[in-house]
Design a protein. Structure first.
Length: 187
């Protein structure tokens, strides 16, 4: 009986003395994903594809198959481009790699909003934007704080500049009419 009591005390003592993993340890160590990696992996790309997509090396293996497909199509087209086009693509890839996921999401939404416009209207608005001063452009680029004056300068009669800076779901919520409910007071 003493032996069993001694073993139980020893086991409890070892649990108390052993350092428990802290919250800081749990948050500082990267957690392995439970999802399988989507093919192709970075190591599966050709040397030419890796050279074009080099800014994405650290992020590549975590992307979806659809996102990888789009970038691979571009990387395969780059060798046929002129030197000027290649420089422009390289600059755009580096710009995209520097964006945060939230900035990328907003850029995609802005692109979808712009694609809804007729080509002539989109071109006219782009020309008005190009004629703006850097200060006016800076006002338009601020997220969600575009003034009505700046939106008018950009040709956004309906506040497109403001809408483009906000997620589509918020625009849809704002444009939806709330259902009118009759209120009944109960005493």
């Amino acid at each position: 009986m003493r032996w069993l009591l001694f073993a139980a005390i020893a086991m409890l003592a070892s649990m108390v003395v052993a350092p428990a993993p802290s919250v800081a340890d749990a948050t500082s160590a990267p957690r392995a994903s439970l999802l399988p990696l989507v093919q192709p992996l970075w190591s599966d790309l050709t040397a030419a594809q890796q050279a074009v997509l080099e800014p994405f090396e650290a992020q590549w293996n975590g992307w979806s198959a659809a996102e990888k497909r789009g970038w691979l199509k571009l990387a395969d087209r780059v060798p046929q481009m002129s030197d000027e086009q290649r420089e422009r693509v390289d600059e755009r890839i580096r710009e995209w790699a520097r964006l945060t996921p939230e900035q990328r999401r907003l850029a995609r939404q802005n692109y979808r909003l712009a694609k809804r416009l007729e080509p002539d209207e989109r071109h006219a608005r782009w020309e008005r934007y190009r004629e703006m001063t850097p200060e006016q452009r800076a006002v338009l680029r601020t997220s969600g704080t575009t003034s009505n004056t700046a939106a008018r300068h950009a040709g956004a009669r309906t506040g497109l500049a403001k809408q483009a800076a906000q997620p589509l779901s918020e625009v849809a919520k704002r444009n939806a009419k709330p259902a009118q409910r009759s209120r009944r007071v109960v005493y």
